[in-house]
Design a protein around this ligand. Structure first.
Ligand code: PMV
Length: 353
């Protein structure tokens, strides 16, 4: 009947890049200037749960809506609208091909989304958020699209979201078409291929980042000379070495590329005019702590990486948990940082999925 409420729920994980996406060649379609590669974190630790529902009985005047962590959230932005428009168009195509299908594409959508981690934890939640939104609506609409196809839709919400459609080790291939139809994610390896991988997230600051990734990227593309070298030489090399390191489960290589790529990305930020600084004194102390841990172990057991904010993500293997997690806090405390309160730093241990 027309009163029927259609509903679908899904979860999507957080991913942390080891070769970073930084720079758009098309801001409207979120087409990147370089390919990137990430590790998907365990949904037991970090995930977004989204339920999408629609019904002919929902008043048309209400329009589409999103309740995020219990509060009404604005979805009028171009990014969210692009995702919803694409999903509706695909549903409408199915309905046109099969007139017996209910016309879900014409009903208002209600989205309810929740993170199992505090949004204020300073962790990028947009990747999991857009991936969950896209998959929930795709499930509701019974779309037959593959995860890579859906990744092209999620990409338009937030670039990094396209990688959260997959588990394990995931590449986002930049593509070279102007319409973005070849800019999508694929799985490089399942989590089970290298299940010993772990991530330690050091929440240095829960505050919202100073410069958004979009404006940071825009400024970097426009004013950094170093950026040109990054996209033409550094990243293509890092992608190739990283895919090999994952295939061979070579942590030493994985770690070196992870740290070098993070350093390269932050160097291009410092090279913009005026410069952008995402890392702070505690971030730099975390880098020193990783170096000290590796030196003490006599081999590379930990790799740091930083996104567009001061929080550190440390990758390590399960067998080295004691050497890394067991001594990290201690190593950090040895750092002499003015005005730094240890108590404000939180550690979050994550598996991969
Ligand atoms: O997805 P966005 O637009 O928030 O950009 C994410 C950029 C980085 O997190 C810094 C790097 C990445 O590849 O995730």
């Amino acid at each position: 009947s027309s009163e029927k409420v259609y509903r679908a729920s899904t979860t999507a994980p957080v991913n942390i890049a080891v070769v970073k996406y930084w720079g758009k060649r098309d801001a409207k379609l979120n087409l990147p200037t370089n390919s990137s590669l990430s590790v998907t974190l365990s949904q037991d630790d970090l995930r977004t749960l989204t339920t999408a529902s629609c019904s002919a009985s929902f008043p048309a005047s209400e329009g589409d809506s999103l309740l995020l962590n219990g509060s009404p959230s604005d979805i009028s932005g171009a990014r969210t609208q692009a995702c919803l428009r694409e999903l509706r168009a695909r549903r409408a195509a199915l309905e046109a091909a099969d007139p017996s299908l209910p016309k879900l594409s014409t009903y208002p959508l209600r989205l309810v989304s929740e993170n199992n981690f505090p949004t204020a934890a300073g962790l990028a939640s947009s990747a999991a958020g857009f991936a969950a939104l896209v998959r929930a609506v795709a499930n509701l609409y019974e779309l037959k699209d593959t995860p890579s196809e859906l990744s092209k839709i999620a990409r338009q919400g937030s670039g990094s979201a396209c990688r959260s459609l997959f588990g394990g080790y995931v590449a986002w291939r930049m593509g070279d078409k102007e319409d973005g139809t070849d800019s999508m994610a694929d799985q490089v390896a399942e989590a089970a291929h290298w299940p010993e991988m772990r991530a330690l997230i050091l929440v240095v600051s829960a505050a919202k980042k100073g410069v958004s990734s979009s404006s940071g990227m825009q400024q970097t593309v426009a004013t950094s000379g170093l950026f040109q070298q990054r996209i033409t030489t550094v990243v293509p090399e890092n992608m190739a070495i990283m895919e090999n390191a994952i295939a061979e489960r070579d942590f030493e290589k994985f770690a070196e590329v992870t740290m070098r790529d993070s350093n390269s990305f932050h160097a291009t930020c410092a090279d913009t005019y005026p410069p952008i600084f995402y890392m702070n004194d505690v971030s730099r102390a975390a880098i020193r702590a990783v170096e000290a841990i590796n030196e003490k172990a006599g081999r590379t057991v930990a790799a740091y990486t930083f996104d567009a904010g001061p929080n550190a993500v440390i990758y390590y293997l399960e067998k080295d948990t004691e050497a890394v997690v067991g001594t990290f806090y201690h190593a950090l405390q040895g750092a002499d940082i003015t005005g730094w309160k240890n108590e404000s730093i939180k550690e979050l241990k994550c598996g991969i999925s």
